[in-house]
Design a protein around this ligand. Structure first.
Ligand code: ATP
Length: 457
């Protein structure tokens, strides 16, 4: 199948940023102080959406299988961890500073950077440009532990969650009674002092990762690598992302990290072009061997059945929760005409939609709010629901469309007399009458049904 090279739909990154602000998904951070570049705060709907993404990831890792266990390791770890992992030495970008404009650029990307002076040219090409030699810049954030600030107290904010997993390998093998192939999964914040953050939450300095390390007998690593690439691509499609906007890109040999035997990225066709959502790597025995060497601990698996002792190999699917949420928003964004009126609608998979059902009294009198409150009380125990009585019913529908709520339940005159409600479907605008009795079960059932984005036609 030919891959689309541009977004055929209405979405742009600017529209996503403005919708996120308008509807309270994501705000620029520290805004009342003028903002802090490329940092963001998640508002109510953003929290619900990202929690659903992480919840679906946990579900795929834990609930739907029995070979993966959970972990939540500390953000601050012993500094030797980052020596062993190679982050202290290798996690660097070469940078140049300009003494004239005080800006900093990636030395290996000058052709894509712009000097801030006019006329706009690449850094170094303007008559006043005065670039320093390229210097290595470590992407890890440094801080110190305790009241005395010296080299002995230096610690780092973790730049990935993976190392927290490797340093707990022994604990997990001992206490979780697992046997390769098995995985350890973790979700949490990571920090990188990115030189070129940008494109909204696509690349920020503080972000959330969803990483799983899958420990396997060495001879099985290649098979499991292929398995996880396919499995992870399917996960995104199962969350409603159009399959023709997803692709797997194997890394050529020259792009592989020093530890990696093979890596493939799962990419999404963002408005900025194909970009990484997740990387799946066959890391061999690099991590366990390094930590064994640096810590002096034996990090092996002893198979009592065969008497065999070995260092398991690791296959790692490493995803970003913010990037996944952004891809889901971009893929869901749509503009259409409903009953002759233009609207913006997020066609989110019901599983990730922040709010599943909105309960709306038609009027603020005649017993509508009281009955609507009763319905809301019954529904909210089953699914994430919202009560809204402000503004015309049309405006309230538009509001719910913009945050991607799959169903609206409206309480009107008829409801008061015969205890039925109108159920409105977000995607089609179709309305039907349903009894209040059993409504919560009915809605929970419909939300579980298979869903396919109407954007696929
Ligand atoms: P990139 O090439 O985009 O910098 P990476 O290959 O360095 O990413 P990994 O170290 O493989 O990324 O991290 C796994 C995942 O974590 C990425 O696929 C991405 O989803 C997420 N991620 C990494 N860096 C950032 C960031 N600065 N902001 C948001 N998410 C990020």
């Amino acid at each position: 199948m030919a891959e689309p090279q541009t977004q055929a739909d209405a979405v742009t990154m600017d529209k996503i940023v403005s919708l996120c602000k308008r509807r309270g998904f994501v705000f620029p951070s520290s805004e009342i102080y003028g903002g802090l570049g490329s940092t963001y705060d998640y508002g109510h709907y953003g929290v619900l959406l990202k929690n659903n993404v992480k919840g679906q990831w946990w579900r795929a890792m834990l609930q739907e299988r029995d070979d993966i266990v959970a972990l939540d390791s500390a953000i601050l770890q012993h500094p030797r961890v980052w020596e062993a992992s190679g982050h202290l030495e290798g996690f660097t970008d070469p940078l140049v500073d300009c003494r004239a404009c005080k800006q900093r650029f990636r030395a290996d990307d000058l052709e894509n950077a712009a000097c801030p002076r006019k006329p706009s040219v690449h850094p170094g090409e303007h008559s006043e440009c005065d670039l320093t030699e390229a210097r290595e810049f470590n992407l890890m954030f440094e801080t110190s532990i305790g009241p005395v600030r010296d080299s002995a107290s230096t610690v780092y904010l973790r730049p990935e969650t993976a190392q927290g997993i490797f340093i707990n390998f022994k604990n997990v093998v001992q206490f979780a009674r697992v046997k390769p192939p098995f995985g350890i999964a973790q979700v949490g914040k990571s920090f990188r002092n990115e030189i070129t953050p940008g494109n909204f939450v696509f690349r920020t300095r503080e972000f959330e990762q969803m990483e799983m390390e899958y420990f396997v007998p060495p001879a099985e690593a290649e098979r499991w690598f292929k398995y996880w690439v396919a499995e992870r691509e399917r996960w995104y499609a199962d969350l409603g992302i159009r399959p023709d906007h997803l692709r797997v890109r194997p890394h050529p040999a020259e792009e592989l990290s020093h530890y990696s035997k093979a890596t493939s990225d799962i990419e999404y066709l963002f408005p900025i072009g194909w970009s990484e959502l997740e990387g799946i790597a066959n890391r061999g025995d690099f991590d366990l061997t390094q930590h064994a060497r640096f810590s002096g601990e034996t990090l092996e698996y002893f198979d009592q059945a065969t008497g065999e002792r070995y260092v398991p190999h690791v296959v790692e699917p490493a995803a970003g929760a913010d990037r996944a949420a952004l891809a889901i928003l971009v893929d869901a964004y749509d503009e259409d005409d409903l009953a002759g009126e233009g609207r913006t609608v997020l066609r989110l998979h019901p599983r990730v939609a922040p709010v599943k059902v909105a309960v709306l009294p038609l009027l603020r009198r005649d017993g509508h709010p009281e009955l609507a409150r009763e319905v809301f009380g019954a529904v909210r125990g089953r699914v994430q629901a919202e009560y809204d009585e402000g503004g015309s019913i049309g405006r309230r529908y538009r509001r719910q469309d913009e945050i991607g709520t799959p169903f609206c339940v409206t309480i009107d005159h008829e409801s008061v007399s015969d205890r039925t409600v109108t159920l409105r479907d977000r995607d089609s605008g179709h309305q039907e009458r349903l009894p209040i009795e059993g409504l919560a079960d009915e809605l929970a059932g419909r939300l579980e049904r298979e869903w396919r984005t109407p954007k696929l036609g």
